[in-house]
Design a protein around this ligand. Structure first.
Ligand code: SF4
Length: 156
C-alpha cells in the first residue's frame, strides 16, 4: 500500500518494488495515478531478500561451520504438516504444525509465544532504557566517514 497525499512528492525517479508490481496493471495504474514513469526492476518481488543478502555479505563474520543443511540432507528431509487449535485463550489461534525429521518442528499461526509452548513474559520492557541504548550505544563514525554530518538530539 502506498500512502501519498501528493504524488508530486515522490520525485522524478521512482523505483517500485514488491511482488505486487509484477502485475502490469498495478504498475500502470500506479504510473497513471502518480503521473510518472516508474522503474520496475526484474527482481521487484525479491528486492527485500536481495537487500538482506547484500547486508549478510557485508556483515558476514568468519565462523566455524554453518547450520545450513547440506544438499544431501535437504534431499533426505521429511516433513509432515498438521493443524491444531491453541485453545489457551479465547483467540483460539489456528496453528499449523510442521514436523521435520530430526524431531524438529516449526509452528505458525500463533499470535503469541504461548502457542508455541513458551510462557508469556509478563515483565514489561523498559522502553526508556531500550531507546537510550539504541541511541547512544553505537560507535559514532569518524568525522571523515560521517558524510551526512552530525545528528543532534535536543534535550539530551
Ligand atoms: S497462541 Fe496465544 S493468542 Fe493464540 S490462542 Fe494461544 S494463547 Fe491465545
Amino acid at each position: 500500500m502506498i500512502k501519498v497525499a501528493d504524488a508530486s512528492e515522490l520525485g522524478h525517479h521512482i523505483v517500485v518494488q514488491g511482488g505486487t508490481f509484477y502485475n502490469n496493471a498495478v504498475l500502470r495504474s500506479f504510473e497513471k495515478i502518480a503521473d510518472c514513469h516508474a522503474i520496475r526492476p526484474d527482481i521487484a518481488g525479491i528486492m527485500g531478500a536481495f537487500g538482506a543478502a547484500l547486508i549478510a555479505r557485508e556483515r558476514y563474520v568468519e565462523c566455524e561451520g554453518t547450520t545450513m543443511l547440506s544438499i544431501d540432507e535437504i534431499q533426505r528431509l521429511e516433513y509432515s504438516t498438521s493443524m491444531a487449535k491453541c485453545g489457551l485463550c479465547t483467540n483460539n489461534c489456528r496453528l499449523t504444525i510442521n514436523k521435520f525429521s530430526g524431531n524438529r518442528r516449526f509452528i505458525t499461526g500463533n499470535r503469541c509465544e504461548r502457542g508455541i509452548g513458551k510462557e508469556k513474559d509478563r515483565t514489561p520492557p523498559n522502553l526508556f532504557d531500550y531507546k537510550l541504548k539504541r541511541y547512544f550505544d553505537y560507535e559514532p563514525l569518524s568525522p571523515q566517514e560521517a558524510r551526512r554530518g552530525t545528528i543532534g538530539f535536543p534535550g539530551f
